[in-house]
Design a protein around this ligand. Structure first.
Ligand SMILES: [Zn+2]
Length: 281
């Protein structure tokens, strides 16, 4: 058995149509600047010699860990561009007692103009948003590239002597301490040595830490902890309205299909996959 269920409408349909231009203007005037990078599955594939079939290499369809493009992450990014997007909610829930550090969980809800079509795994960098991060890294060379670039932000404060006197301060790297190759913290007298920007290290144009020529430099092979400011990076993981459009009839004889804003839920990226291009503002 089959059936046919026709649409119904009144003889003279009453309609109050949405003006899609308000969507563009709302995002344009109230949104934040974000860097949007579109995700692209890397075409690489690992070749494995299957034990049971002798020496013949078989393509597994898994990302190739030696891939020069994606370094085994399986993802590439293209069409990096700065767009304006509305950011609703910005929740970070540090997992306080986790072994792997802070800021493990966080998310934003993102609304973009219709032409900015978001998709799973797209990368969003909040250029107007600041985020404090603490990270341990074994010192391996003169220039240390952290999980995310160190970014400078200017903040307004009072002064120590006069809370009504406004001053501007610049913040980027906030605190650096180190342990030696035996795992013992490096001391300055009885207290942990604090490494100072401009004296012990500089921040280069890519937001990396350059120890060249520093007065006090942590030992190679020692672990250094950096607390710094950066732009938060998010990955799209959920599209609750994957494709939104509607028919609008406004000064037209017939209704016209109009695209509506895109919406995506994005999770905070706790680290940057090796091989995925550096994010900078
Ligand atoms: Zn690849």
């Amino acid at each position: 058995m089959s059936y046919t269920l026709p649409d119904y409408h009144t003889a003279k349909p009453f309609r109050v149509d949405h003006d899609e231009r308000e969507d563009y203007d709302q995002i344009h005037t109230k949104g934040l600047q974000v860097k949007w990078e579109s995700a692209h599955v890397c075409p690489c594939s690992a070749a494995e010699s299957m034990v049971f079939t002798g020496a013949t290499a078989t393509l597994t369809k898994e990302p190739d860990v030696d891939c020069v493009a994606c370094s085994g992450s399986g993802w590439l990014y293209h069409s990096a561009q700065t767009i304006t997007a509305q950011v609703l909610g910005n929740e970070v829930s540090p997992d306080l007692f986790a072994m792997y550090g802070s800021n493990a969980y966080g998310m934003i809800r993102l609304t973009t103009q219709p032409q900015h079509i978001l998709e799973h795994r797209d990368r969003i960098t909040g250029l107007d948003m600041r985020f404090r991060r603490t990270e341990r890294k074994t010192r391996a060379g003169a220039v240390e590239t952290l999980a995310f670039p160190v970014v400078s932000f200017t903040e307004q404060t009072g002064t120590t002597l006069d809370a009504t006197s406004l001053q501007t301060v610049t913040l980027d790297m906030l605190h650096v301490t180190a342990a030696d190759t035996s795992g013992d913290i490096v001391l300055d007298g009885a207290a942990p040595r604090e490494y100072v920007k401009g004296t012990d290290f500089t921040i280069d144009g890519d937001g990396a830490v350059d120890w060249t020529g520093g007065a006090n430099v942590p030992p190679l092979g020692g672990v250094v902890t950096y607390t710094y400011l950066t732009n938060p990076v998010f990955l799209v993981y959920n599209l609750p309205f994957a494709s939104r459009q509607t028919y609008v009839r406004r000064k037209t004889a017939t209704a016209v299909l109009k695209r509506l804003p895109n919406h995506a839920d994005c999770k905070l990226a706790p680290f940057r996959f090796p091989g995925e291009a550096a994010v900078s503002s």
